[in-house]
Design a protein around this ligand. Structure first.
Ligand code: URA
Length: 260
């Protein structure tokens, strides 16, 4: 099935698009840190050039990196469930590893479980998750079908706050192992925390959108977190542009000789 742009915008809950230009997006910034000002995708956006990122700092992790680095899925799930490498392990009901197709085209990475995810053991099951599902549907994909969904941290931060840098660093070996096992064709980072965790960048999302980054040889694109989009509806159209950008990269990888 292939939808027209208008149909896709409707699927994502965007249409009709009505943008008040007198209200800066930053004014609607939300408390959880999804407070990106935004700009349209740069016209120069290219799927060709990956933007180099400096190597990550060594993660001050209490995890036995060697063991995580060779874990299969059941072992990884056990290690995540038993993890006490950071204080988030104390307050969680359960760790939330991730969900979806384990040979995916796309890997979406969010921030960390909220209350509903902590209760259900699955990422993005609350309101933000519903929007994410709509975004995926607009791309003709769904959790379990060509996409895997994970988070920068596997345990719920108290009060649904943004995870702190040491918490993301402690959890990074798990995320790295997930990426190694999944071998996604494109990674989509949802929000600043995921960008910090994977790319070690703290620039604004607005300045990073529309560029192709790379992680472990895999193309990476960044976009807004669904929770931010719920509060900044006009930016949904920009998220849609970002998803199209990710799809273009995927298609170019599949058939580099075809024009997309
Ligand atoms: N927000 C996230 O970043 N991840 C979830 O799993 C839920 C909400």
């Amino acid at each position: 099935m292939s939808l027209s742009r208008e149909q896709m915008l409707v699927e994502m809950g965007i249409s009709p698009i009505w943008v008040r230009r007198d209200v800066p997006a930053a004014a609607a910034a939300e408390a959880t840190g999804h407070s990106e000002e935004s700009t349209a995708l740069p016209a120069s956006a290219s799927v060709e050039e990956a933007v180099p990122i400096s190597p990550p700092p060594a993660a001050p992790s209490a995890m036995p990196a060697g063991e995580v680095g060779s874990a299969d899925w059941p072992t990884l799930a056990r290690m995540v469930a038993a993890c006490r490498a950071c204080p988030l392990g104390e307050g969680r009901r359960q760790a939330v590893l991730g969900v979806g197709d384990t040979s995916p085209d796309y890997l979406f990475i969010g921030e960390g479980p909220g209350a509903e995810e902590d209760a259900k053991g699955e990422p993005f099951v609350g309101q933000a998750g519903k929007l994410l599902d709509n975004m995926l549907a607009a791309l003709d994909i769904a959790r379990g079908n060509r996409v895997y969904i994970a988070n920068a941290v596997k345990c719920r931060p108290p009060g649904n706050r943004t995870p702190e840098a040491p918490e993301m660093a402690a959890c990074r070996p798990f995320l790295e192992r997930q990426v190694a096992l999944l071998k996604p064709k494109v990674i989509v980072l949802l929000g600043k925390a995921a960008v910090h965790s994977v790319l070690h960048e703290d620039k604004s999302l607005a300045s990073m959108r529309g560029q192709r980054f790379e992680y472990a040889g895999i193309p990476v694109v960044v976009t807004y977190h669904p929770a931010y989009l719920l509060r900044n509806l006009p930016d949904k159209a920009k998220a849609w542009e970002d998803l199209l950008f990710a799809r273009r990269i995927l298609r170019e990888r599949a058939a580099p000789e075809l024009p997309f």
